[in-house]
Design a protein around this ligand. Structure first.
Ligand code: SF4
Length: 392
């Protein structure tokens, strides 16, 4: 099947041919749009639209989880905690009601300014056991540059609120490579972060996405981004300081204390099946991937009319394409790719599938292939996208 674009209702086969899956729920609301953001989200200023969203989500989740065993849940966005407490409780009740058993992990994303004690308590009561907080930086100038609404004190309060609610598994996002970021600021951010002792840390470089206000500012030369070398040094410093603090890097952007690896995201990097609900959410199951329209009104209308969303795009992956994609996502993991595991899952030997590229990348010192395990070398961490382009 060739890629398909355009209106179509999700065929039954897309929904019914897998059992174990990870569930992603997209909440498309934010209090305000950050200038660098390319995720699908809209300002939360129409309560009737929010009610419709919750109604449609209830229908979509019920369909999507039918006959499936949901292993992990991830509620992301947008900003789930931008919803008022009553709506957030309704959303969590919808998810909980659709699950046949307690998931192994249930994460909810939060922004520091919108996570208070009441919301943390209702999330914990619903079954959420992991909260991922978008701290980004503790530096007031940095937060202003990124157009964030919170301050460092909000991040501290949000972490405290999680702990008081009994949620110990807290992850903090940190950003680097944004205008004005520096090694000195990274050192300060790491000190502030360590003082909060989160179980998990994700670090992301600011990327300039086409069409965003940030992109326009860069085009007009109103702001200047750190160069590649500065970017790489900031990433290296983060890696070093986090390792010194006892955080093990288990993926290119993710670090955890022992036992706190994110299970949901691990499914993505290990070729597992996932079902996405909500506008713009992506799914992968039974060798097919598809995604919902990134448009709240269009998504709502189709779900409320037919019980299932109109799908924006679907694609059946050939076994070779699927194998190549798995190789690339699995190489994001520090443990790399075991040859036997890969062959069992895909039917391909990566040495033959990607010959002679694997050999060439090994010769360049960007991959190692030792003991039947293929890994990125540390030298390749910062240029991983270029390595992946060669393998795909
Ligand atoms: S809070 Fe997150 S999802 Fe919302 S606009 Fe900012 S970066 Fe995007």
């Amino acid at each position: 099947m060739t890629p398909h674009r355009g209106p179509q209702t999700a065929p039954t086969a897309l929904w019914d041919d897998c059992r174990d899956a990870a569930l992603y729920v997209h909440v498309p609301f934010c209090t305000r749009k950050c200038p660098y953001c390319a995720f699908y989200s809209i300002p939360l200023d129409d309560t009737s639209l929010c009610r419709k969203y919750l109604e449609a989500l209830d229908m979509e989740i019920a369909q999507a989880t039918r006959c499936r065993c949901i292993r992990t849940v991830y509620v992301g966005g947008g900003t789930p905690t931008a919803l008022d407490a009553a709506s957030l409780e309704l959303l969590m009740g919808t998810i909980r009601g659709a699950l046949q058993e307690s998931p192994e992990e249930w994460t909810c994303e939060a922004n520091p300014e919108s996570l208070d004690g009441d919301k943390a308590a209702l999330l914990a009561a619903a079954g959420v056991d992991r909260i991922s907080i978008g701290a980004q930086t503790f530096d007031p100038d940095g937060l202003r540059t990124l157009g964030r609404r919170h301050g460092a004190a909000d991040t501290r309060r949000a972490v405290e609120a999680c702990r008081r609610a009994g949620i110990e598994n807290v992850s903090l996002d940190l950003m680097y490579g944004y205008p004005g970021s520096s090694l000195r600021r990274i050192e300060q951010d790491i000190r502030n972060l360590m003082a909060l002792a989160p179980a998990h840390v994700s670090v992301y470089a600011l990327s300039v996405e086409p069409g965003t206000p940030l992109d326009r500012m860069v085009q007009r030369r109103e702001i200047e981004l750190p160069g590649d070398e500065s970017h790489a040094l900031q990433y290296e410093l983060l890696r070093r300081r986090l390792a010194e603090g006892g955080y093990r890097q288990y993926e290119l952007s993710n670090f955890a204390l022992p036992g706190y690896r994110c299970r949901h995201n691990w499914t993505y990097w290990s070729g597992g099946q996932y079902i996405g609900c909500g506008p713009g959410a992506h799914s992968f199951s039974g060798g097919k991937r598809w995604w919902n329209p990134p448009d709240l009104v269009r998504w709502c209308t189709s779900v409320l009319e037919s019980g299932r969303p109109q799908i924006e795009f679907d694609e059946h992956l050939s076994s070779e394409k699927r194998a190549r994609e798995l190789l690339v996502v699995a190489l994001r993991r520090s443990e790399g790719v075991n040859r036997g595991w890969f062959r069992t899952l895909t039917g391909f030997d990566y040495r033959q599938l990607c010959a002679p590229v694997v050999r060439q990348l090994c010769d360049l010192g960007l991959l190692t292939d030792q003991g039947d395990r293929l890994r990125l070398t540390e030298k390749a961490y910062f240029v991983s996208d270029a390595v992946f382009r060669e393998l795909i």
